[in-house]
Design a protein around this ligand. Structure first.
Ligand code: CAA
Length: 260
């Protein structure tokens, strides 16, 4: 696929995806969503030695200012539901990606942009980051998982407040509430996200992917997360990396994991 709106740079095994529609504050139009789907369901699975993915927005003003309002203003109920389902499916791919995906939030993360950041495994907030779900200003509700994931991160009371008032919160408040994992000076978001991925990539890859699966299972209706953890623990026990990790501990040396 030819990317029009995503710029993808792979350096030292880390893919940095920059959503590049700066004039529209990187709003997610359907082409951008298609490109995200393609990366997280196909292209990203075939990159040799990939350690993780950083998602960020072009320019200094916005991470992503939401779904592209100009594209969905005329939808009827059935079309609107299909639009939301399609977006949720794509964000589900990100949430379930087998490697860490870190949002480097460099400015406005509103509506679908906040939802995109929440679908990532971790969020690094630059000090100019602003998070919010302003859909009620448009006569809407979030459609890309915002009513669910915001509750998961910050709890029901605060989530209801942000969803119903459309208030934006800054980086420090997002950090205090548990929405952002850390706050860094503006311009250092991607570097910090890469640093986190370097750290996770020194751990056993199978264990990292099982952590992602099991934590996601916690929020999946009908999935028994404890049973999933038991199964995944057993699978990890069966890896060469577990034997290597245990030997390295006993021998007081750094483990050299191979991802099998
Ligand atoms: N969709 C399409 N275009 C957008 C956009 C969006 N979500 N957000 C910003 N833009 C465009 C603006 O229309 C403007 O374009 P023009 O220069 O052609 O007029 C350009 O980006 C710059 O924006 P502003 O002039 O508005 O910049 P500002 O600094 O005055 O305000 C802002 C910045 C507060 C982020 C404001 O742009 C804004 O409120 N944007 C909309 C935010 C929003 O409502 N997001 C939720 C969308 S709905 C959604 O996401 C549903 C879902 O859950 C899937």
């Amino acid at each position: 696929m030819q990317y029009e709106n995503l710029k993808i740079e792979i350096t030292d095994g880390i893919a940095v995806i920059t959503i590049s529609r700066e004039k529209a504050l990187n709003a997610l139009n359907s082409q951008t969503m298609l490109e995200l789907r393609y990366f997280f369901s196909e292209a990203g699975l075939k990159i040799p030695g990939l350690k993780g993915v950083v998602l960020t927005g072009a320019g200094e003003k916005a991470f992503v200012a939401g779904a592209d309002i100009t594209e969905f203003s005329g939808l009827d109920a059935a079309q609107g539901a299909a639009f939301a389902r399609r977006g949720q499916d794509i964000f589900f791919l990100i949430e379930h990606f087998h490697l860490p995906v870190v949002a480097a939030v460099n400015g406005f993360a509103l509506g679908g942009g906040c939802e995109l950041a929440m679908a990532c495994h971790l969020r690094v907030a630059g000090e100019k980051a602003r998070f919010g779900q302003p859909e009620v200003n448009l006569g809407l509700i979030p459609g890309y998982g915002g009513t669910q994931r915001l509750v998961q991160y910050i709890g029901k009371g605060k989530a209801l407040e942000l969803l119903m008032t459309a208030d934006m919160i800054g980086a420090e408040e997002a950090h205090r509430l548990g929405l952002a994992n850390c706050v860094v000076p503006a311009g250092e978001e991607v570097a910090k996200a890469k640093e986190i991925i370097e750290k996770t990539s020194a751990k056993a890859p199978v264990a990292i992917s099982k952590i992602i699966e099991c934590v996601n299972a916690c929020f999946e209706p009908g999935t028994d997360g404890f049973a999933k953890e038991v199964e995944a623990f057993g699978q990890c026990c069966n890896t060469e990396d577990f034997r290597e990790g245990a030997s390295a501990f006993v021998e007081k040396r750094k483990a050299n994991f191979q991802g099998r």
